[in-house]
Design a protein around this ligand. Structure first.
Ligand code: NAP
Length: 276
């Protein structure tokens, strides 16, 4: 007997922690199922998505670089995926491929869990970066009523985010310190600070003492940005919770139970990231 099986697709896919997360939930909820990583080469992605309904899989996650290709391939998608023009979660309904995007949900759920008062006063959020992750972040922040300033190395990419949500401004790195002065939240969505990438050179001294600092980078868990914010006694939130929370809606769609992000799961994935 084959068990219901979901997957994560990407290229490359070796780095993905999604199998660790979903297999933990399958085990802890006692569900007969499986979750596998599939490396799909770029020349095969269109065919893979077109034939998904006949693959025997119940659904899956989509990671870099295929979120836009998945958006283009689905028959129907949720409003958030339409707004972001990117799909990270696939499922089947009536033999048709459906798509959603749970990155914005994961981002908000992580902050709600780790810094419960983070959005109660609203205000200004400064977002560093303008790639795929930034798109989900600005959309999510707009849902909570924030004014948003996007700062990115390539200004054109930041300008392209202005249409994602209302009240988004773009500014340059050289103006950053002035922008931090009254920021309620600083979010790093660049890959700077990630293992193997250059460090994020930033001076957090202008931030108000009530500011919250969130890094989407989760390898390492404690980035230079978070260490600097912690040294200033600011509220800090790492990126691991976003990774865990974005996985919840997909699991529920494929396997029927809504799973919980537990401390045990966090430790398990943190150990995997840290090679323990
Ligand atoms: P992406 O689309 O490739 O965007 C990368 C961003 O980083 C761009 O804004 C890029 O600026 C900037 N950047 C890269 N190298 C830079 C450098 N040397 N100097 C200045 N800026 C630089 O990637 P993404 O998918 O948005 O992911 C970004 C990061 O978020 C990654 O570290 C990823 O692991 C993390 N992430 C975490 C989660 C989570 O669940 N915690 C979810 C999604 C992503 P330019 O536009 O100028 O190139």
């Amino acid at each position: 007997m084959t068990v219901p099986t979901a997957c994560v697709i990407g290229w490359p896919i070796r780095h993905s922690r999604s199998p660790v997360i979903h297999r933990y939930w399958l085990r802890s909820l006692g569900i007969q199922g499986d979750y596998v990583a599939k490396a799909v080469e770029p020349e095969w992605i269109d065919a893979f998505l077109r034939d998904f309904a006949g693959s025997g899989l119940v659904g899956g996650n989509v990671t870099v670089p295929y979120k836009e290709a998945a958006f283009a391939a689905v028959a129907e998608c949720e409003a958030v995926a339409r707004a972001l023009k990117a799909v990270n979660t696939l499922w089947l309904e009536g033999g048709k491929l459906f798509g959603g995007n749970t990155d914005a949900h994961g981002f908000l759920a992580n902050l709600d869990e780790r810094a419960p008062a983070w959005s109660s006063a609203g205000g200004r959020a400064v977002v560093l970066g303008a790639g795929g992750a930034a798109r989900a972040v600005v959309w999510a922040l707009a849902q909570r009523g924030f004014d948003i300033v996007v700062v990115n190395r390539t200004r054109d990419r930041a300008e392209a985010l202005v249409n994602v949500a209302p009240r988004i401004e773009v500014d340059d790195w050289r103006s950053l310190s002035g922008r931090l002065k009254d920021a309620a939240l600083l979010v790093n969505t660049t890959s700077l600070g990630m293992t193997g990438q250059p460090t994020l050179a930033i001076d957090l001294r202008p931030l108000p003492e009530t500011a919250v600092v969130n890094d989407l980078v989760y390898a390492p868990l404690e980035t230079g940005l978070l260490a600097q914010a912690r040294a200033r006694d600011l509220v800090v939130v790492d990126g691991l919770g976003m990774l865990l929370h974005q996985a919840v809606p997909g699991f529920e769609r494929w396997f029927g139970d809504r799973p919980t992000v537990t401390a045990e799961l966090r430790d398990l994935v943190a150990a995997d990231i840290e090679g323990r």
